[in-house]
Design a protein around this ligand. Structure first.
Ligand code: GTR
Length: 340
């Protein structure tokens, strides 16, 4: 071999060695060596799925949670929040969290009725009379016990986030009384309980993903849906369904959760850090919630929505009694704990 060739081979050999050293991927593609503080422990990057926009209150909560986890675990865990439904609709995300392919998610509690025998109690109509008391319970032992009923489903509940109250809206007529609901075709989240509520009011229920509702309203596949002011506003449903009946028939909260797979990998100390971070992010989320609720209400009114205020909900409470007849026994222990 001539000298040039030897030199060339030496260079190639050197380059290969350097590349191999730099590209030394760890088993977990989302882990990397080295922390900001100079320690050599691995940083594990986790994914959190969120179906609302980047500045929506739940996303604000997710980001606070991420920041606190990073802080409390000295940077060993880093959480990337994927907002705007980038990782799929809520039911797809839940499946992926169950499988462990997405580690964390913020979802509404209604779709969770299919994962726990008890959590549906949160969606019982007119269950909560007082927001302050509701949050005392959700942040306290009752709430923790209820999250615990997800055990065995592949999901681990971390905390609740505020989602205010849900009300009905449609593009056919102003709805003031339950009789006005007769015959309306309304979108609901995928849960038997959600269907039962709408049917108890004489309307027809169409379960559908959140991201499909706008065009379904626009094309007349459905006449209306139900949600809180922030969702009605940020999803632009107000543009295609102008009659909003403010009857706050339900106060289902949001849930921040993780996959069982992730949970099993965490040390006891880290589990505690995740739980604390979740709990400590609630205040920030709830502040953002209160702000957007006001703003959304004003904005939809300015944009031409007609708000039909229901000051006396007595008739509505009576109309949904069949739901209590059907589900009251299943949830009796929890109804007592939430209302005592
Ligand atoms: C919103 C909730 C979303 C989603 C949506 C829906 O209030 O924040 O996570 O569940 O309702 O109606 O599907």
């Amino acid at each position: 071999m001539n000298k040039k060739l030897v030199a060339l081979f030496s260079i190639l050999f050197f380059v290969v060695i350097v590349l191999a050293a730099c590209g030394g991927e760890s088993e977990d593609a989302s882990s990397e060596e080295g922390n900001d503080d100079g320690s050599s422990e691995e940083t594990v990057t986790l994914t959190l799925a969120e179906n609302h926009p980047d500045d929506y209150p739940t996303t604000v909560g997710d980001k606070k949670f991420a920041e606190l986890v990073e802080e409390k675990t000295d940077g060993r865990y880093e959480i990337e929040v994927y907002s705007g439904g980038q990782l799929g609709e809520e039911s797809e995300v839940l499946e992926q969290v169950q499988l462990g392919t997405i580690e964390l998610a913020r979802v509404n509690a209604i779709p969770l009725t299919e994962f726990s025998e008890s959590i549906g109690v949160l969606s019982m109509p007119y269950l909560f009379e007082d927001e302050e008391e509701k949050w005392e319970k959700l942040n306290g032992e009752v709430g923790q016990d209820l999250l615990g009923t997800l055990d065995g489903s592949g999901l681990v509940g971390l905390t609740f986030y505020d989602s205010g109250e849900r009300s009905f809206y449609n593009n056919v007529r102003p709805v003031e009384t339950p009789e006005d609901m007769e015959g309306l075709q309304l979108r609901v989240q995928s849960s038997d309980l959600a269907i039962a509520i709408v049917e108890s009011l004489g309307a027809s229920a169409t379960p559908m993903e959140y991201g499909e509702v706008y065009s379904a309203l626009q094309t007349g596949v459905i006449d209306g849906a139900e949600n809180n002011f922030p969702s009605y506003y940020t999803s632009n449903h107000y543009e295609v369904a102008e009659y909003f009946t403010v009857n706050g028939y339900q106060g289902t909260p949001e849930v921040l959760l993780g996959s069982q797979d992730l949970w099993d990998d965490l040390s006891d100390e880290d589990k505690e850090a995740f739980k604390e971070a979740a709990m400590e992010s609630v205040d920030v989320q709830r502040e953002a919630w209160a702000e957007l609720t006001e703003e959304a209400r004003e904005a939809v009114t300015e944009n031409g929505s007609e708000l039909i205020e229901v000051s006396d909900t007595e008739e509505w409470r009576e109309a949904v009694q069949p739901v209590y007849d059907e589900y009251g026994d299943q949830y009796s222990e929890w109804i007592d704990r939430f209302t005592e």
